[in-house]
Design a protein around this ligand. Structure first.
Ligand SMILES: [Zn+2]
Length: 73
């Protein structure tokens, strides 16, 4: 159940005002409603939404990246 049924991906409209891709262009992002993901308009990275919170992290991004970002320690 979404708090914001009229807003893309059920995220707060205010959130969409401030959301930007963490890539070097800090580009605007848009919703991919089918995939329930956020997509950068510049670099096409895709970010998941978990529990209604967009995960705007480079190492969580999908899309055309081919690094496997599992480097801890
Ligand atoms: Zn980007």
């Amino acid at each position: 159940m979404s708090q914001y049924p009229n807003s893309p991906l059920g995220l707060s409209p205010h959130l969409w005002d401030v959301l930007a891709c963490p890539c070097e262009k800090h580009a605007a992002v848009e919703a991919d409603e089918e995939a329930s993901e956020i997509v950068c308009s510049e670099c096409s990275r895709r970010f998941p939404v978990r529990d209604g919170i967009p995960v705007m992290l480079m190492d969580q991004a999908g899309g055309h990246l081919h690094e496997s970002g599992s480097s801890s320690a």
